[in-house]
Design a binder for this molecule. Structure first.
Ligand code: RIB
Length: 294
């Protein structure tokens, strides 16, 4: 089973601040750090901690060569990347004293994908391979339609939610990973329970994982609903915690593990990730996750 992650690649610039800057305010940062990030890159790194055949596709500028090295060091195959003459995507990230963050994205090369490039990438994959997507790149509806035609199993983490997501047919998605806000936005409801009913009623073959931060997560499909509590840790930086969860959950899920096990391992991995600074660099090893008692 090959896993293709068609996703974003960002240069993350981290600022440590006492609190997230408010409108009209100027504050100083105690530190500045440049690191590898992007929901796509982070998820590829998390996938590669537990899977053998992880390919990352997406566009990157010439200023992003260190990101390619970083992905390769973590075991991600980068041979399908597109070199763009645009600047690599950037994320300006403030992390406050509680480990919470606030992010401004510059799309850059992440929006330099073309339909012909998508076709070329997908030609390397076949029926039942896994495609993982987030929403930080262009051509999303095209990628979904083509991959579905080719019989790939599509995993969608529609983060950050934009109008573009409305153009994606969720009937073509096998597994949807959302946080509570995203679930309510997609379902156009204000109540978490109504969101569950919306997905069950309108997309009966869809499997959904919904995360609730400190309040755990749940998996549901047409017939099942399984809850998972979170693990208590001292959070230093929550950036990339959701990406870590996604990488671990997807791998365990498509290996055919029990849902309870998939949720437990993914929750442990994301709990460990928030105890370290940074996004991709904070993703724990499989060994560390298996040792973690919670
Ligand atoms: O999910 C965390 C990621 O979101 C960061 O690495 C940043 O690049 C943004 O895309």
């Amino acid at each position: 089973m090959k896993i293709l992650n068609f996703g974003s690649i960002n240069i993350d610039i981290f600022f440590r601040v006492e609190h997230i800057v408010r409108p009209g305010e100027t504050i100083s940062s105690e530190s500045i750090e440049k690191r590898a990030g992007g929901k796509g890159l982070n998820q590829s790194v998390a996938l590669a901690k537990v899977s053998d055949s992880v390919y990352h596709a997406g566009s990157i500028g010439t200023d992003g060569n260190f990101l390619i090295e970083e992905m390769e060091n973590f075991g991600v195959d980068t041979s399908l990347l597109k070199k763009s003459d645009k600047l690599t995507g950037n994320a300006i990230i403030q992390v406050d004293d509680k480990g919470e963050n606030s992010i401004v994205l510059y799309k850059g090369a992440n929006f330099d994908n073309s339909e012909s490039y998508v076709d070329e990438v997908l030609s390397h994959f076949e029926k039942d391979d896994i495609l993982v997507l987030q929403n930080e790149i262009n051509c999303m509806p095209y990628i979904v339609n083509k991959a579905y035609e080719n019989g790939l199993k599509i995993v969608l983490n529609p983060s950050p939610i934009t109008d573009e997501i409305e153009k994606i047919d969720l009937d073509k998605i096998d597994l949807l990973l959302v946080n509570e806000t995203e679930a309510k936005a997609l379902a156009k409801v204000s109540d978490a329970k109504k969101a569950v009913n919306y997905f069950r009623d309108n997309f009966p073959s869809l499997k959904v994982v919904e995360t609730f931060g400190k309040n755990g997560s749940m998996y549901f499909d047409k017939d099942n609903l399984i809850n998972q509590d979170s693990f208590k840790v001292d959070a230093v930086d929550t950036t990339g915690a959701g990406d870590t969860f996604t990488g671990y959950f997807v791998t365990y899920f498509y290996k055919g593990e029990r849902i309870e096990k998939c949720l437990e391992v993914a929750t442990k991995a994301s709990a460990l990730s928030v105890t370290k600074k940074g996004a991709s660099i904070s993703i724990p090893s499989h060994e560390a996750v298996l040792k973690f008692k919670g």
